[in-house]
Structure formats: C-alpha cells, structure tokens
Design a protein. Structure first.
Lengths: 84, 642
C-alpha cells in the first residue's frame, strides 16, 4: 500500500487531500485517483492529462510516471506552480 | 511645454515639508525618454541629490513617491507606485513598491511624482486636491497615534466632512511602528503596503502621518484606440494563462508553500532547514479551503492574488506567502489562525511582516544558544501579539527588536545566523536549494529582497526545474531578470504580469519533453543570455509572451522593443547601485550569513550551500562592474549615467 498526498490545484479540483492505494507504479495510480475524485467531487473536471502534468515526488525525491512503487512509499502529487 | 507622450501628467512636485511649500521640479521629455518613471525616475532624482553623506533620519533624505507612465492607463495590473529614499534599515538607496490605487489617484490629481524634502515642524498630514496642497495638523485632527485601519477611516471622515460628500481618493498612512521609528516600518495604502526597507520610519521621522490625494484630471493615452484593443488582448492573455488566470487567483502567492517544501527551499526554524514537517497546516491549500472568503485585486488587475479572511469577526487581508512561511515554519508555528491574526496585527501596527518575523526568529535562536536572553523560543507562540505591540511602541525587548537582526547580531553576536543582506532580512526562499536566488539576495540593490534579487527560484524549482545547485549561468540570468523586473516596476505595473512570459505548456507540462529540454539547457546558455544582456538593442523585436513593449508604444508613444525594455532596466538597476556605492557599498556588502554559504543544508551533500563568490564574479562581469562591485566608467557612460 502506498500513501498519496495531493497538493496545489489538483487538490482543490479533486477535493482529495490524501488516499491510500495498492499500486506498483505511479501510472497505475491515475485511474484510481480519478475514480476516487469522481466519488468525492462528482463535478470534478480533472483528467489523466492533468495528473500527468503534476510534479511527482516519491519519498521526497523527484519521480516519474513510470517510477516503480513499493509498499510504504509516500507519493506527493502537485500541480505545477510558479511565482510569489 | 506639455509632454508629447501619453501616460504622463507632466508635473513632478517638490514638497518642502519644513516650510509647507510646494514647487514644480524640472522634469522634461528628455528625462522621460531616459528614465521612464517610477523607481528609475526616482533613482535619477536621488542620484542628482545625494552625496553619500546623508542619513535616513535627516532632512536631506528626500522621499520620492513616483508613478509609472502605465499607471492608470487601463493596462493590466497597472496600479502600482514606488517610494524611494535612503532606508533606515540598510542605510542605502531603497525603493519600496506598493499596489492599490494611490498611484492612480495621484495622476488623477495631475501629478506624476512627489518629492518630499525636509521635516514637518509638527505632526502633519497632507491633503492633495487636484494638484493643490493643504498641510493639516495630525494631532489636532486626531490622526497621530492611530493604527492603520482606524487612521484611514479617520482620514476618510475628515475628507468627507470637508467635501460634504464622498469622493474617490487614495491615501498613504503609517502606523505606530513608523511613528516610533521602528526600522522596518511600512507605509500602508488601503490594505496594501510598501512593506520593505522601513520607509514608514522615514515618514515618521519627518512627522508625516498620511497623504490623501484626489482629482479629476484625465490621464492621457497616446493612441487610445490601439491602447484599448491591446489591453483587451492583454487581459484575455493573462486570464487564459495557467499561472495568472488559474493558479494565482485560486491559491494566491500562498500556493507556493507546498512546492517550496518539496524543493527543500521552505525556510524553516530561522533558515536552519528547508523543510517544515507540519507545513500542511500552514500552506496555501489549507488557507484556500478553510479560510479564504473572496479574492481581491488591485486596480485594473485581472489576477486578483490577494486573499481575504475573517479575523475577530472582521473581513481583512489574508497573509501572503512570505508571511505564511516566516511566521509559520520560520518560527516553528503550525497554527494558521495565529498567522491570520498576526498578519492583521502587523499591518495595523505598520510593520513589515518579513523583517519582523526574521528578527524574532533570530532572537529565538539567540536565546536558545544562550547569546541573548530574549525569553523567546521556537514553537512558543504565546505572547507574540503583545511582542508586536512592544516592538511598535518600543517597549522592553521590543525596543531592541525594533532595530532588526543585523544590529542585534552586531551587538550580541550571532551574525552567522542573522538572515539578512545589507541589513534587510531575506524573504521566505531558503537559497541553499536555489543558489541563483542566493546570488540575487546578496547582490540585490536593496538588500535581501526576493524580487530585487531577480527571482531565480522561478527557474530553480517553482516554475521550471533547472539544476538549482549549479552556479552555471545564474549570474547572467540574474542580471536579465533583475533588469526586466526593474523596468516593469518603473512603468507602474505589477511583476505578476511577467509570469505569463513563460508559455503555458512549459508550466502545465513539467514532465514534457520540451520542458525537460529547457530545464537541461538553461545552465548551458549563459553565453547567449550574456550576449543579450550586453547588446540588448540587437533584440529589436516584440515577444508575443511579453505584451509590455507594445503596451508602452500604444499608451505612452515611446518606441519600445524587448531590447530597449531591458536597457531601461539595466540603466535603472545600475544607477541604484551607483548611488549606493557613494554610501560605501562594495563587493564585501554583497554577502549572505555564513549559515547559507558555509553550512550545507544537507550535511551529506556539500553542494547544498550557496557558492556565492564564484557566482558574484560572473555577475559583476555580466553587469560591467569591477571586481569590487562598482560600475565601471565605461559601463556608466554606455548607459548614459555619466
């Protein structure tokens, strides 16, 4: 089981702060996350492309959508940001 | 003779506060063509006036309140203005930029800029009505001593009483912090603040509590038809861009907290770390979900980055990113409601939240290290509201904290963890994970400011993600970004209009092939950026992602290209530096505390510190400054400063 946390507009648009998922790669997370988002926020417009555009961190290090995940991994997904 | 350009009111006023008189200051089209307006115009005025002997608290310290030619022309986010003078915090030239509507109203009164000289004999407020000046007694009118909101309400009631009706007006006011000469006091304008570098204290020393301004002049535009069409396109471009149309409106600047945490650049516990384990309690998402009431923006701003929150039953301005970070992880506080309240209290007292928070963080560390018994500790937040009052009214240890972290560390020790440069406390970005930002903080003309620094974090993890630890090309990019931002401010526009400079796909597709190539390429193209910096006039073009240049052509009527725009910025930035060298500023002052240059943030990774000296050499060379950081005669002549 991996623990996923969402940040930025992805969190606001899905209504999801965090979730657990039994997956072995980041890519496998996408459909689970989308279906959970639909459940929590039926009006959500988030698509797989939006998740694909996120910054991915795995256990505090930059990851990719093909990165492998193992039990206990902490994944952070953040929509891109800029400027303050 | 009237100006041939649009966007100017053709009047700069020299106000003698000592004598309560005004006269016009000579400012011609030739000056406008060279120094545009805003902070660059102010730098020219002060360059001509200052010898290098003047102190911040002296009659010779002129304060220039200046608008830009774009202010009030209908261009996006063009409500900004500058306050320039010698700063009591740094002792050198500063310029503090502010949003809101004061600049617009100043121009409606028929004035481009005010130059305030001398010192009012008694507590005073100034009323400007269509170009006429009235000096009022701030004690008799019950203004002196009031906090910022109460003061502005009082000001309004005095004006309404005089006018017999309500009229639109703009105002500047200081709070108790400025009255009591706290070196990091702000000047407030509505809910906006010229927060940094202590201009509020200069107002206070001059016995100047407030300025109100109103008028019904028409702000001329060079080509009204083209200007309007261009502005419509420009507004639309900003509204569609993922940053200025989505990210900033919905999360505000606070939206950066989480990404700074992920990039290890979230200043924590007085910059001893770059990540705060409880950041989720005090990030932009929590602010948006649980506290934001409605977004607010300045005049003609489509971005509306400001938050509003409830504090004690009142709807007030919410915290910006800097405040959220420095009063959050910076002092190990995970209570967001505390920050909302403190942010409001500091605004009411007229104190800069950044410098105040960092000075307190220094005092907490100094206390824990046994250097200075301030009684303050990280994570211990009870009593901070009272401490802010003590600072503003200079009571007890507040009287010492009112001097800022540089003077405290010089007195008690602990300079290595006094997180300031040239006396100005750093903003919230921990530079050991963004070394280009570290260079910017050090060489910034006004001290440890993130914006005057060039804001390289936008390349180093908060937009693009080029190697944040390499020194390569950072000096060249720093110069280019500083010059661009210098000019944007001088024209009267908000820096956020420049975020659309980065095409949307680079931002929304950080994992895409083009973005990855850009991230890889940036450290390798320093030579190209150096060429553009050195020969900007070869860039005789308009960039579709930078509508500012055509905007100036239509609103002002000056021939403007991207290259010319850069050259204006370079002239302004170099002139700021040139003035400050008269006050003794040299390479030794372009410094950071040892914590940031000698202690790696990650003890296992020696690269996680700022390789400052190496980057400074490239930067000085790019700027045409000598090894001691002084602009050479050749550079000054090339820019027309000498």
């Amino acid at each position: 089981m991996v623990h996923v946390k969402l940040f930025g507009l992805l969190r606001l648009d899905t209504g999801l702060k965090e979730m657990d998922a039994d997956v072995s790669s980041v890519k496998e997370l996408y459909p689970i996350l989308l279906s959970e988002a639909k459940r929590v926020k039926p009006t959500t417009q988030v698509t797989a492309a939006d998740i694909d555009g996120c910054i991915i961190m795995i256990n505090g290090k930059q990851g990719k959508k093909n990165s492998r995940l193992v039990d206990g991994d902490q994944v952070q997904l953040m929509s891109p940001v800029c400027g303050g | 003779m009237a100006t041939k350009y649009g966007g100017y009111m053709d009047r700069v006023v020299l106000v003698d506060l000592t004598e309560h008189t005004v006269e016009n200051y000579p400012w011609t089209d030739e000056d406008r063509e060279k120094y545009i307006g805003g902070k660059i115009m102010a730098a020219k005025v002060l360059n001509d006036h200052l010898s290098g002997q003047e102190k911040a608290f002296s009659e010779e310290n002129w304060v220039v309140v200046s608008t830009g030619p774009m202010t009030g022309t209908g261009a996006p986010s063009s409500g900004r203005f500058d306050l320039s003078c010698i700063s009591p915090q740094t002792g050198i030239l500063t310029s503090s930029n502010c949003g809101g509507s004061f600049g617009y109203h100043l121009k409606k009164a028929g004035i481009d800029a005010l130059i305030l000289k001398g010192k009012c004999p008694g507590h005073t407020w100034i009323e400007i009505d269509n170009g006429e000046f009235f000096f009022h007694d701030a004690d008799e009118d019950g203004l002196w001593g009031l906090k910022s909101t109460e003061g502005q309400e009082k000001l309004e009631s005095l004006l309404v009483k005089k006018w017999g009706t309500h009229r639109a007006f703009g105002q500047l006011i200081i709070g108790p912090g400025g009255e009591n000469l706290v070196v990091y006091s702000a000047v407030l304008s509505g809910e906006r603040a010229a927060g940094r570098t202590g201009v509020g204290a200069v107002f206070g020393w001059k016995n100047l509590k407030a300025i109100s301004v109103t008028g019904n002049h028409t702000i001329p535009v060079f080509d009204p038809e083209k200007n309007e069409k261009w502005n419509q396109k420009w507004f639309s471009y900003l509204r569609k861009h993922p940053l200025t149309g989505n990210q900033l409106p919905r999360l505000g600047t606070a939206g950066l907290v989480s990404s700074m945490q992920m990039r290890g650049m979230l200043s924590t516990k007085n910059y001893s770390a770059g990540q705060y384990d409880r950041f989720e309690s005090v990030n932009g998402e929590t602010l948006a979900e649980e506290h934001n009431i409605v977004n607010k923006g300045c005049l003609t701003c489509p971005i509306k980055c400001a938050r509003t929150v409830d504090v004690n039953g009142r709807t007030v301005k919410g915290p910006e990113l800097e405040t959220l970070v420095l009063l959050g992880g910076g002092i190990c506080n995970d209570n967001l409601e505390n920050i909302l309240r403190w942010n409001n209290e500091l605004d009411e007292l007229g104190l800069d939240t950044i410098s105040c928070a960092n000075t307190i963080a220094w005092a907490m560390e100094a206390n824990e290290k046994g250097i200075w018994n301030s009684g303050l500790s990280f994570g211990k937040t009870e009593g901070l509201s009272k401490l802010f009052e003590d600072i503003a009214y200079r009571r007890g240890i507040g009287n010492e904290l009112a001097e800022g972290s540089r003077r405290l560390s010089q007195k008690y020790g602990g300079t290595e963890f006094a997180i300031q440069s040239k006396g100005l406390e750093l903003a919230a970005y921990e530079p050991r994970r963004a070394v280009g930002q570290g260079l910017g903080y050090a060489v910034s003309n006004r001290g440890g400011c993130h914006l005057n620094a060039g804001y390289l974090v936008i390349l180093e993890g908060l937009g693009l993600y080029t190697d944040p630890l390499t020194y390569k090309a950072k000096g060249d990019f720093t110069m280019m970004f500083q010059d661009l931002m210098e000019m944007i401010s001088a024209t009267g526009q908000c820096l956020f209009t420049s975020y659309a400079f980065f095409p949307g796909f680079l931002i929304t597709r950080p994992n895409g092939i083009i973005t990855r190539i850009a991230n890889w390429a940036i450290p390798h193209i320093g030579w190209a950026v150096r060429f553009m910096n050195r020969f900007p006039l070869t860039l005789a073009l308009h960039l579709p992602v930078f509508p500012q240049t055509k905007g100036i052509q239509y609103a002002v009527g000056m021939k403007m290209t991207f290259g010319r725009y850069l050259r204006y910025g370079e002239r302004g930035y170099t002139m700021d530096r040139w003035v400050s060298t008269r006050f003794g500023i040299r390479a030794k002052d372009d410094a950071l505390p040892k914590r940031l240059t000698e202690e790696p943030q990650d003890p296992n990774d020696p690269r996680t510190k700022v390789p400052l000296e190496k980057m400074k050499k490239t930067y000085y060379r790019a700027r045409g400054w000598d090894r001691d950081g002084v602009p050479t005669e050749r550079t000054l002549k090339r820019l027309g400063i000498l």
